[in-house]
Design a protein around this ligand. Structure first.
Ligand SMILES: Nc1ncnc2c1ncn2[C@@H]1O[C@H](COP(=O)(O)OP(=O)(O)OP(=O)(O)O)[C@@H](O)[C@H]1O
Ligand SMILES: [Mg+2]
Length: 241
């Protein structure tokens, strides 16, 4: 479903990615692990064409997207939804309007169907009482869930989660974790960027560690538990590389 080949990206003189290669099968959840600034968000942004690689190829469902124009990218963004690290909600719009926006932009649904979809999605996420509130009237955890709701409302084939549980209490973390698992069981392909290893180990089929501009290690959660010494374990224990 996703294939990234020889991906390279620099900003000015700062080399972030040198040669990143990975793929994600249909229905699989890939954990993308790495230190702050290793370029995890840059990779996710590149998968929906918000960032262009300097070199390399990105395939989404067999289609190469790295050189696509904005018009063609719109089609990709119907399939691939990004749950932004900072929520990226429209501050002046209500929760309802935040969810209606992508539906009006990307579908031809009637307002009645849009309303039905939004109410159902918010209900599933325990946000039905927040319809008319604006993001600044919500707690951090609720804002995270609204960000997720906005991605889910499009019924995407692929979901890219950028630190969906960062800053959440254990209860909300567990709810998001359950939601990711539920979407996975519905067949959604996903990439989970997180520093929260218990969540990553619980929901991901495979984990990759970004290191020095490349994929430094790849393993399954089972291998993570059974391997005595791994870069991933070193990374988590806070050791320097
Ligand atoms: N638009 C941009 N212009 C210049 N530099 C950028 C831009 N976007 C990202 N970078 C740089 O690329 C590097 C990787 O950024 P990125 O946000 O992908 O890191 P990250 O792995 O997601 O980190 P974190 O875990 O803190 O979210 C950083 O050094 C950042 O400053
Ligand atoms: Mg990031």
């Amino acid at each position: 479903m996703i294939k990234v080949m020889q991906f390279a990206k620099s900003f000015g003189t700062k080399l972030v990615h040198q040669n990143v290669n990975f793929n994600v099968k249909k229905g699989e959840c890939l954990g993308l692990i790495g230190g702050s600034g290793t370029g995890k968000s840059v990779i996710l942004r590149s998968l929906i064409g918000l960032e262009k690689p300097d070199q390399g190829l990105i395939y989404i469902d067999g289609v190469e997207i790295s050189k696509m124009n904005e018009f063609d990218l719109k089609e990709i963004r119907k399939k691939v939804a990004y749950v932004f690290q900072g929520g990226a909600l429209f501050d002046s719009l209500s929760v309802y309007e935040n969810l209606a926006y992508p539906l009006r932009e990307h579908t031809h649904l009637t307002e009645e169907l849009i309303s039905e979809k939004i109410v159902q999605t918010l209900h599933n996420l325990g946000l039905h009482d927040s319809l008319n509130l604006t993001p600044n009237q919500l707690s951090g955890g609720m804002q995270k869930r609204v960000g997720l709701a906005r991605a889910m409302v499009m019924n995407p084939d692929v979901l890219l989660y950028d630190e969906p549980t960062a800053g959440l209490d254990p209860y909300n973390t567990k709810r998001i974790q359950e939601l990711i698992l539920k979407l996975k069981s519905d067949g959604v392909t996903s990439i989970l960027v997180t520093h929260d290893m218990p969540v990553a180990l619980a929901v991901c089929d495979r984990l990759i560690l970004l290191l020095k501009g490349e994929v430094g290690e790849e393993m399954t959660p089972k291998e993570f538990y059974t391997t005595q010494q791994s870069k991933m374990k070193k990374f988590i224990s806070g050791e320097a590389f």
